[in-house]
Design a protein around this ligand. Structure first.
Ligand code: EPU
Length: 428
């Protein structure tokens, strides 16, 4: 086990380069199963969720070669058995994407019910509903979902709610179905557009990604390509907020400023200067941080994946901020950890009321999920004194080299091995 030890109170300054988007990469890596030739993926983030995706592919018979730190050669033609190894699948939410791709290719898929960050109940009923619209049936057997169809026929797919994963799975399964599928009430996140661009570059016929109606005409063959994954909107947003919380001045490079608009708008509202360039943003704080209210929404609204980081910054602002996040039922678990650092936050259901205290004190804290972990790092960077963040494996699911990138911005952050005995005492 490892932890991060942060000696806080230093403004972040300098430049940081954003890696490829986790939530695009996990979908696109799974989508290589639909490709009838080898492909090369560039700008793949070096994070543990991707390591698991690659292990899944190679354990099923694909050839996966690391060309360099962020580039992979992938040839999935050797996959014969549409079954994802149980122990790998259950560790990660994105393993559900193998349902859509295996169903698309083999008309048959076995994948364990997903794990991943504990954000409350995360059903996959909408994914299964989309597969059923295409003619598939499913059964749950010993913790594993089995989806199968004699053939997949294009159809109308209507989502009862905005679901990123459901939209991605529907696109992937429909890609090789016979005829036209129309997804209504589709999610519009940048990673959905990136997946559609990847599939279209291989020869798929997907129109409307990025809007709430996506039309997919099934094709028989997808050719091999080289494709670069988009920059990570949430990693970029996390560094923007870290710069603001530490009252720093940071240039965040390799970003698509359009994807950051909701975060930029909110940062400006709390008094932060954000300068947008073609492929970078500069974030600087010249005055006090101000209170605000926000509600998380599907894209293009303010992302739930930025809520813990932004709320943490607001503990340092002047006045009372009100945050509503009802996308998942459990996205305020980091609050009890922030309270150890002196934050004044009360949570009632899906609403948090933050009384800005102007400062935080360093303390030992435990990450409860990926974005909560990022929020605690931000708290540690801004706090007076030393903060120790435990459970950093959550953070490493989605942030490439976060300690190295922060050190490059002048942060005093160290990775320290936690002796097992200490860990046992803390978790008992
Ligand atoms: N939902 C259902 N049934 C379904 C699908 C979703 O009830 O079949 C509910 C969920 O329980 C949730 C809401 O609908 O309350 C939205 O879920 P969605 O399907 O949009 O989320 P997801 O696909 O499970 C992805 C990201 C999350 C991100 C959400 C929302 C990946 C691998 N995960 O999850 O990312 O929070 O969309 O934008 O893309 C993260 O990166 O930290 C993360 C958790």
């Amino acid at each position: 086990m490892e932890k991060f030890v942060i000696n806080g109170g230093k403004p972040l300054k300098g430049e940081v380069t954003i890696s490829g988007a986790k939530n695009a990469a996990v979908a696109i890596v799974a989508a290589t199963i639909l490709c009838d030739e080898p492909c090369v993926l560039e700008n793949v983030p070096d994070i543990s969720d991707i390591t698991i995706c690659m292990k899944i592919l190679s354990s099923m018979g694909a050839v996966v070669k690391l060309v360099n730190k962020n580039t992979y050669f992938i040839d999935t033609r050797g996959i014969k058995d549409p079954k994802v190894p149980y122990d790998l699948a259950r560790t990660m939410r994105a393993s559900t994407y193998f349902l859509g791709t295996l169903l698309g290719r083999f008309h048959n898929a076995y994948v364990a019910m997903p794990g991943g960050c504990d954000l409350g109940d995360r059903p996959i009923d909408q994914h299964l509903k989309a597969f059923a619209s295409l003619g598939a049936q499913h059964e749950l057997q010993s913790g594993e979902v089995h989806v199968h169809a004699n053939e997949l026929i294009g159809s109308q797919i209507y989502f009862d709610m905005n679901t990123v994963g459901g939209t991605i799975n529907a696109i992937m399964a429909a890609c090789k179905a016979k005829g036209l599928s129309i997804i209504e009430n589709a999610a519009k996140e940048p990673h959905i557009v990136d997946l559609a661009n990847f599939l279209n570059s291989m020869g798929a016929d997907i129109r409307g990604a990025g809007t709430d109606v996506i039309k997919i005409r099934g094709v028989n063959y997808l050719k091999g390509i080289t494709y670069g994954i988009i920059p990570d909107q949430i990693e970029a947003g996390t560094y923007m907020v870290a710069a603001a919380a530490t009252k720093g001045d940071v240039i965040i490079k390799n970003v698509i400023p359009k994807h950051l608009e909701s975060i930029t708008a909110k940062l400006r509202k709390v008094g932060v200067t954000v300068i947008e360039n073609d492929e970078s943003v500069e974030v600087r704080v010249d005055g006090p941080l101000l209170k605000t209210s926000l509600k998380t929404m599907p894209h293009p609204g303010f992302p739930t994946d930025m809520q813990p980081q932004f709320s943490t910054m607001l503990t340092l602002a002047e006045g009372t901020s009100i945050i509503t996040d009802d996308i998942f039922d459990n996205r305020f678990k980091y609050v009890s950890e922030l309270r150890r650092m002196g934050a004044d936050i009360s949570v009632e259901g899906t609403v948090a009321v933050i009384q800005g205290t102007g400062s935080l004190q360093g303390s030992p804290v435990v990450a409860t999920d990926l974005r909560a972990g990022a929020a605690l790092i931000i708290a540690g960077l801004a706090a007076n004194g030393v903060t120790e963040v435990e459970n950093i494996h959550y953070i490493e699911r989605g942030y490439e080299s976060i300690d190295k990138k922060l050190k490059g911005l002048g942060a005093d952050i160290k990775r320290v091995v936690v002796p097992d005995v200490d860990h046992m005492r803390m978790s008992s």
